[in-house]
Design a protein around this ligand. Structure first.
Ligand code: LLP
Length: 404
């Protein structure tokens, strides 16, 4: 992704040409970046030879899941729908883990039927439900228990999951009780201790802290776990100020535990695989003069990309066509939705823009389309995958007849 001359180009394809055909707002993904990210992830943890299960919640486009599966990844799912999509994309059930605090009996039943790698249970009630279904089906079910390590991931408040006040996992004490309970279970085979402390983590220290707790709990349990599932959470750089996660240090810390307990590692990365592979292209509808700033009103809104409104997340915005003339006014990029939080970014220094110009919102591959909605009865945008100069429509733009 770069400029050739004045225009923004993705894998040799001019974005303005795509817009001529598909209009805006428009999600565009780069296959090359996806492949690169997956290879890099494998290299980062080469010494561990882990099972890598892509967190489908980050992006559940079935065509992308197919590509991800073909590049060797399994899937981490959190609902029946995600599980069905992963299977349809051809993911081997033996590479699927099922997470989540509230799996219904219907969801558990289906997962057990499909004999997936692991169900990561998050409460005693869930474990009892799994036992009940397994007994009925006369099956032995492989599970993990999710530990809440009470570790602060030091990330955005709303996406931290590993502190004791969060709803996820079970406490250390409870975990040990459950291990004891399961030692005698005829229908459940406890194979895994799982953790996940949050998302967009850029500092290795919370991970190290989490691993210390995992180490202590395994030791206390005196149980032989076949797997440790460390979840995902690896952060990406959304702007110049973000530093990058020190994978080497994280990997060294994991290696110590692996050696000690002779377990296999599972990861559930989402954002680090798909986050920087996509852009959202939008057209300026109007530019409205405000008293202190100009509102750049886009045809993309919070229903297309929810992260800024929901978490105060910042996605870099760049022009599709560079003109090198700096605007004197501050620009506030907003959508047309009737909410003040329908706002993407405030830019003090930006090139001079005019109505109908195209702009590009960066790094929207993770939790972009998957969090999109029909709020304000707006249609969901299409998704395009550029693979070796080939432009593939991997999701068509919704039509009013689909939703009305
Ligand atoms: N495993 C579990 C159990 C999770 O809960 C999550 C994310 C992941 C793996 C993948 O995490 P990742 O590698 O993508 O950080 N919507 C928010 C992020 C929510 C993350 C929820 N859980 C956002 O847009 O930032």
């Amino acid at each position: 992704m770069k400029y050739i001359g004045k225009n923004f180009v993705m894998e040799g394809v001019k974005i303005r040409n795509l817009v001529k055909k598909f209009e805006t707002p428009l999600y565009c993904y780069s296959y090359k970046k996806l492949k690169k990210n997956i290879n890099q992830f494998k290299i980062n943890f080469k010494n561990l030879n882990p099972i890598i299960c892509f967190a489908v919640k980050a992006n559940s486009n079935i065509k992308l899941l197919k590509e991800i599966q073909k590049l060797g990844l399994g899937a981490d799912v959190v609902s029946l729908g995600e599980l069905m999509k992963a299977l349809k994309a051809g993911v081997n059930p033996k590479k699927i883990v099922f997470s989540g605090v509230g799996k219904t009996s219907e969801e558990l039943d289906f997962a057990i039927q499909k004999e997936i790698l692991l169900i990561n249970a998050e409460s005693k009630s869930e474990i009892l439900e799994i036992e009940k279904i397994a007994k009925k089906k006369k099956k032995i079910v492989n599970i993990g228990i999710r530990l809440n390590p009470n570790t602060d991931a030091r990330t955005l408040k709303k996406i931290s999951t590993g502190k004791k006040q969060d709803k996820f996992g079970v406490s250390e004490k409870y975990f040990l009780e459950l291990v004891n309970y399961l030692k005698d279970s005829k229908f459940i085979n406890l194979k895994c201790i799982s953790v996940h402390i949050g998302s967009q983590i850029l500092n290795h220290q919370p991970y190290e802290k989490m691993l210390k707790v995992v180490d202590r709990v395994i030791k206390k349990s005196k149980y032989k776990f076949e797997f440790i599932d460390l979840g995902g959470g690896m952060g990406i750089s959304y702007g110049e100020k973000d530093k990058s996660l020190n994978y080497r240090k994280y990997s060294i810390a994991i290696r110590k535990i692996v050696k000690k307990y002779k377990t296999k590692i599972i990861f559930e990365p989402g954002r680090s695989i798909i986050g920087n592979t996509a852009i959202l292209v939008s057209r300026i509808i109007y530019i409205k003069q405000g008293s202190s700033k100009n509102f750049v009103i886009l045809d993309a809104a919070m229903n297309d990309l929810m992260r800024p409104a929901l978490y105060g997340a910042k996605h870099k915005i760049i022009p599709e066509n560079k003109n090198n003339i700096l605007s004197k006014k501050t620009y506030e990029f907003v959508g047309p939705i009737c909410e003040s939080s329908d706002k993407f970014l405030t830019a003090k220094k930006f090139q001079k823009l005019k109505e109908k110009d195209l702009i590009i919102i960066s790094d929207v591959g993770a939790y972009g389309m998957s969090l999109s909605s029909n709020y304000n009865v707006r249609l969901k945008p299409p998704e395009i995958l550029i693979k070796g100069y080939k432009v593939n429509v991997i999701k068509k733009r919704q039509k009013f007849k689909d939703i009305i």
